[in-house]
Design a protein around this ligand. Structure first.
Ligand code: FAD
Length: 462
């Protein structure tokens, strides 16, 4: 059988079902990635595109080492794949499902087209551990709260074998098609930011595994205690690698050796719980697809956000709100394309509950600037913080960023790192008392007044 393997957000050689199935069933395999500029612009922010370019480069060279060409083609996804299948008379297509709704729709169209051509269409799921459609509560309905969802999953712990790249040489069939210049995905257009991100990240499967192994040998043993402190290296920073499928959650969960009577420590279990927050995000997106841009809890559609907020939104993006921990967080994001989970919550809470700016604006900025920007996790994170999502923080729980900083950045390590020389320009308590003193940066909003205004607006829609 002449088979085509189509990549999207599964940029790895190991634990890749599509590759292994094609190698087993195919007489020849052809490896293809289609860069559909419109689809990628719609579904990937700038930082995502930077990562994609590097990750594809890495995948291409890993395949080349094995004598396999990765064809990177430029064109609309559905028509390009259909055309290639027809032109070269492929008999089977293999792909790992991409769970972004826009990609899912495109994959469904490809499936329909191939059916008409009598070409076999084979899909696999390693984007998540769980298959959302099979996990339902006792009333046969989707879970809407994380804890029972996790308990259900825990009783099953979706651990499958981890596949390794086939050891037998794969016979390939090369296409006679123009190869796209990978650098036109990002570098040619956005040189400046690229150089910045280069300092902090090394996309690709090998780095993902290296990072995971070093986390398992190091900080995992303290994870539950230090994961909330942004001034430490307490989390795995595996998120962008997971986002692009350079590593699977199945590979990660297999590091825990459940089958060997290994008792999980509280830190290990907590790490698994966080992985299942990602599962839960995809689960909710599957069952309630409207959450992509609307509140899970529909009554919050009526929430009255501030009008004419552009100036404050811009100051928030630039890390110039006058609130130390918020500005440090926003500058970390701009500098590195990543932000610690605790400060994601603080910055998001400040935007939605102090500045009263719609969560969709923050989600959009994170989508453009996070290297790990992920449709399900980002939307869920924003809805959780702003109080309109599943399991959401209740509306009356409004983070005080000053108290959050005192608790989670007690020595100001984080703020000092990202604010650098500007650190001393902030009144430590964020209060307005010192505002007459021009040497301090003025907070753009009074925390107490804005908090009360948010509570009042929330109470109106209860
Ligand atoms: C407003 C907001 C926006 C967010 N946007 C994104 C996003 O676009 N992409 C993204 O991957 N995560 C997002 N998160 C979740 C979380 O902040 C990141 O997954 C985490 O910071 C990634 O760092 P890590 O890999 O070091 O995490 P670790 O603590 O090492 O956790 C390991 C993995 O578990 C998963 N995970 C951890 N925490 C969460 C969480 N709260 N929700 C869902 N999954 C989690 C991630 O896949 C993470 O890589 C967002 C959170 C908030 C509050």
């Amino acid at each position: 059988m002449k088979s085509l393997v189509l990549f999207s957000n599964d940029l790895r050689l190991n634990d890749n079902d599509a590759i292994n199935a094609s190698a087993i069933n195919g007489i020849t395999s052809t490896f293809v990635f289609v860069y559909d500029e419109k689809l990628y612009a719609e579904t990937h922010g700038s930082a995502n595109l930077w990562w994609l370019e590097k990750s594809l480069t890495s995948l291409q060279s890993r395949l080349a080492e094995k004598g396999i060409k990765l064809h990177i083609l430029d064109g609309e996804l559905v028509s390009t794949v259909t055309k290639i299948v027809e032109k070269y008379s492929f008999e089977a297509l293999y792909l790992n499902r991409n769970k972004h709704p826009s990609f899912s729709r495109a994959e469904d169209h490809i499936e329909n087209n191939l059916k008409k051509l009598n070409v076999s269409f084979n899909t696999f799921n390693k984007a998540t551990l769980a298959d959302p459609s099979t996990i339902l509560n006792k009333s046969n309905e989707p879970y809407k709260v994380y804890t029972p969802f996790y308990k259900h999953c825990k009783s099953l712990y979706f651990q499958k074998d981890v596949l390794t790249f086939p050891t037998e040489p794969i016979k390939t069939y090369d296409l006679d098609e123009p190869q796209m210049n990978i650098l036109s995905i990002f570098s040619k257009k956005n040189n400046g930011w690229s150089k910045k991100l280069d300092q902090y990240w090394k996309p690709g499967e090998l780095e993902a595994v290296k990072k995971l192994e070093s986390f398992f040998k190091g900080y995992l043993s303290e994870y539950k205690d230090i994961r909330n402190f942004p001034g430490t290296e307490g989390t795995s920073k595996i998120s962008p690698h997971l986002r692009f499928g350079e590593i699977t959650s199945n590979q990660i969960i297999n590091y825990f050796n459940f089958h060997e009577n290994h008792m999980l420590s509280k830190h290990e279990e907590h790490y698994i719980k966080e992985l299942y927050w990602r599962e839960f995000s995809y689960y909710i997106l599957h069952h309630f697809p409207y959450v992509i841009d609307k509140p899970f809890n529909k009554k919050y559609e009526k929430f009255e956000w501030k009008q004419n907020y552009e100036e404050n939104l811009d100051l928030w993006k630039k890390g110039k709100t006058g609130i130390r921990i918020v500005d440090a967080a926003m500058r970390e994001l701009w500098e590195t394309g990543w932000m610690h989970n605790r400060t994601r919550m603080i910055a998001a809470s400040f935007l939605t509950k102090n500045l009263l700016i719609p969560w969709q604006e923050g989600e959009k900025w994170f989508r453009d600037t996070l290297v790990d920007a992920d449709i399900a996790n980002n939307v869920m994170g924003w809805q959780w913080v702003s109080g309109c999502g599943t399991d959401a923080a209740p509306y009356f729980r409004i983070f005080n960023p000053i108290l959050q900083a005192e608790k989670f950045d007690p020595d100001n390590n984080y703020s000092k790192k990202w604010l650098d020389d500007d650190f001393d320009l902030y009144p430590a308590d964020g209060s307005s008392d010192l505002l007459s003193d021009n040497k301090f940066i003025k907070p753009i909003v009074d925390l107490k007044i804005s908090r009360n205004e948010a509570l009042e607006r929330f109470s109106r829609i209860k």
